[in-house]
Design a protein around this ligand. Structure first.
Ligand code: GLC
Length: 717
């Protein structure tokens, strides 16, 4: 399509329509009041709605075909269909926080490609994913959408997601949309939509790298965050959008706001009215307004009064037309929408297998005194708890996933050990305010007559995700009671944890014999759990986010600064140190941590040289040995510390990892190239460069490792 020629023929009304996105309920028959309500107060007219160029939050190829068919009767430019497909469309795989814990970019790429295929068949053109915000505070419900607290891990995972979603932009691919630019994860106190106030250096050093990784991977769209940067709503922030995203990084794709974010500038107290909001967003480089209509209401006037130029509007419209052209919509407005093929593909054995493998590789074994793996000769198993026999283990953004399609833990265990007596008791509900309605007694009775117990605890999926911040990361009291009562009558209790965030489960850690964190594992969660519990698969996940010892530690993350008075890590209390008088500094489980059914040894770090000059690199190597009795994956992690610099540096920074499989007794050399770029950091003037000095290389199985060697970076050797 000659989109420039098309642009030249468009009316201003048509152009403005391309820059607005309304929910599908506005276009399907019987628009829902919940979405049209607030906008009805803005008296948006049917005529204005009729030319809106994109929609979101629809479900299914037939709905898409219906809307597109009706729309094309009065519009010559096809509508763009967008959807949140964060971790699966119909076949749901682990939440992104779990995918990050897999430390396996191939798994992430494969899952993303599967989701793209199902979404494309479901009529989706653009996927509002990957969400690449850095997360350091587990009180924030949206940590479940991130791949965690580390810039490097987030960057490699974000790249894998964009590549999986977009592929070669063929029939089974969708355009990806990076969100939420930028630093949404820094909301104060972990409270969603709260103030963000980070320095430019912190923004550059910790928050921006994953967004940049998606630009380098060719992402087609960006979404701005609800929040502020430097006191200015990101949606109107020229420094971030024009300066960094479009300027420094050269991103020329479509930038869409988040839901109603243009109008919310007034709520922020940034503009006096919605007309100014529209003008601020447009002049900052926003192309499309999601779920508010200030562009429809005010662009014409803004052009007339010279506050916005039609040339600016044309630039935005051209980006939208180019995206539609890249998707082939002018040739085929229905693109890949195919309900019948989706039914054949979704939940197929192949897709279920991909989801199951991802759930297995994302799970993190947090504790095990040898209780696990259970023997397949077990005679009886009690599957107990609020997550024991429910399909509601899909996570907050489960898109078209259906609870009834889920393999529950109870299902999975029954299938894996068909000769055992496998029974189920709920014990209590997962809601925060759940009380004992007699379920505990029933569960205790079952536990009493069973050889072992799989106790499925955790948070309700609806208490995770957007808008669901928590003041308290402990499990609900009733779940601790269930654990204690069941443990009194059965000494073989393995806890399965279902959660969208790190939880402060120190009480469990103290007395549980085994804890396996499944996150929200998705459609095949029960199959994966059974395979892991009975040792068909050896757990290999490593924490993508620190688990706090108590909520008061949040935000807590491994790549922190040393401070002037670090507390010695011996558990004793020291006055006048950076510590708490009523609890530890140490987290419950550190970033990168995860156990296995086998064990590994890692030799001392060897360096090819002890000094490098700028532009040179060295090799850091170890020998990893499987010292246990069964094969398993080790995730060998490389961290670096810059001991002193013109800006203080974190005590450790992840700069590489390798996930390797070793049979019992097998050993392998693992090498990392340490180059100057790994040592670079953002200076206060915004420039990124390494500085000569002394460095330490750590290579170990988690961020607590002290297996290290020193080297120097010098101006000249
Ligand atoms: C939501 C979320 C965003 C999502 C959008 C569309 O408010 O902030 O992540 O993509 O609206 O559903």
């Amino acid at each position: 399509m000659d989109i420039k020629k098309l642009l030249s023929e468009m009316t201003l009304k048509e152009k403005i329509g391309q820059l607005v996105q309304l929910g599908a309920k506005f276009f399907a028959d019987g628009a829902g009041a919940d979405e049209t309500g607030p906008l009805a107060q803005m008296n948006v007219t049917e005529e204005e709605i009729a030319c809106v160029g994109s929609t979101l939050n629809f479900m299914g190829a037939d709905v898409m075909r219906g809307i597109q068919t009706k729309y094309l009767k009065t519009n010559r430019i096809p509508m763009l269909f967008m959807q949140d497909v964060l971790h699966g469309y119909r076949t749901i795989y682990p939440i992104p926080l779990g995918l990050g814990a897999s430390f396996d970019t191939e798994t992430v790429r494969e899952c993303s490609a599967m989701a793209a295929k199902e979404a494309a068949l479901g009529g989706v053109h653009v996927n509002f994913s990957p969400m690449v915000d850095l997360a350091r505070d587990a009180r924030w419900g949206r940590v479940m959408e991130t791949t965690g607290e580390d810039p490097y891990l987030n960057s490699v995972m974000a790249k894998a997601m964009v590549e999986g979603f977009q592929g070669d932009m063929g029939r089974y691919n969708v355009a990806a949309c990076t969100k939420h630019f930028a630093a949404y994860g820094a909301v104060e106190a972990g409270r969603d939509y709260n103030t963000v106030d980070v320095s430019r250096r912190t923004l550059n050093e910790f928050y921006l790298s994953a967004y940049k990784a998606t630009v380098d991977a060719g992402v087609k769209m960006f979404m701005t965050a609800f929040t502020l940067f430097d006191g200015i709503p990101v949606t109107a922030n020229k420094e971030l959008i024009c300066g960094i995203l479009r300027g420094q990084w050269g991103f020329d794709g479509v930038i869409i706001t988040d839901y109603n974010a243009v109008r919310e500038m007034k709520t922020h107290g940034y503009v006096p009215d919605y007309k100014c909001a529209a003008q601020s967003a447009l002049s900052a480089g926003i192309d499309v307004e999601m779920m508010s209509v200030t562009f429809i209401k005010y662009i014409e006037d803004l052009i007339k009064e010279g506050s916005v130029s039609e040339a600016d509007i044309d630039r935005s419209v051209l980006r939208v037309l180019k995206l539609k052209d890249d998707l082939g919509l002018f040739e085929n407005p229905f693109r890949s929408a195919d309900a019948d093929e989706l039914e054949r593909v979704a939940l197929s054995e192949e897709h279920r297998s991909i989801a199951c493998g991802a759930a297995e590789r994302s799970a993190v074994l947090l504790k095990n005194d040898g209780l696990l793996p259970f023997s397949e000769d077990i005679k009886s198993v009690a599957v107990i708890g609020p997550h024991a026999n429910t399909g509601e283990i899909l996570g907050f953004w489960h898109c078209g996933g259906r609870f009834e399609d889920t393999v529950t833990v109870y299902d999975g265990i029954k299938k894996l050990v068909p000769n055992a007596r496998v029974e189920y008791a709920e014990g209590c509900l997962a809601m925060l305010d759940s009380t004992d309605g007699g379920g505990i007694a029933e569960a205790v009775a079952l536990a009493k007559r069973s050889e072992a117990v799989v106790l499925c605890l955790g948070e309700h999926w609806g208490d995770s995700g957007e808008g669901n911040s928590k003041l308290n990361l402990e499990l609900p009291e009733i779940q601790y009671r269930l654990f204690e009562e069941v443990s009194k009558v059965n000494s073989n209790v393995a806890v399965l944890l279902f959660t969208g965030r790190p939880l402060a489960i120190g009480r469990l850690d103290k007395s549980a014999r085994a804890i396996l964190n499944m996150w929200f594992p998705g459609t095949e969660g029960g199959s994966a759990a059974a395979n892991l519990l009975f040792g068909k698969v050896n757990p290999s996940g490593k924490l993508s986010m620190t688990f706090p010892a108590c909520t008061g530690q949040c935000p807590i993350y491994y790549n922190h600064f040393n401070t002037s008075r670090p507390r010695p890590d011996d558990g004793r209390r020291y006055a006048y140190t950076s510590s708490y008088i009523d609890g530890p500094n140490r987290p419950l489980y550190p970033f990168g941590f995860g156990l296995s059914y086998t064990s590994f040894s890692i030799s001392a770090v060897k360096l090819s040289v002890k000094a490098i000059s700028f532009g040179r690199s060295l090799t850091a190597s170890v020998t990893v040995k499987n010292t246990g009795y069964r094969g398993g994956h080790a995730v060998v992690q490389l961290y670096i510390r810059d001991k002193y610099a013109s800006c203080v540096r974190p005590v450790k920074e992840l700069k590489g990892f390798k996930k390797i499989y070793l049979n019992s007794g097998e050993e392998a050399a693992v090498e990392f190239t340490v180059c100057e770029d790994m040592l670079a950091f953002y200076h206060s003037d915004g420039k990124r460069a390494a500085e000569a000095g002394e460095f330490t290389v750590f290579i170990g199985e988690d961020s607590d490792t002290e297996n290290c060697a020193d080297f120097i970076l010098t101006e000249r050797l």
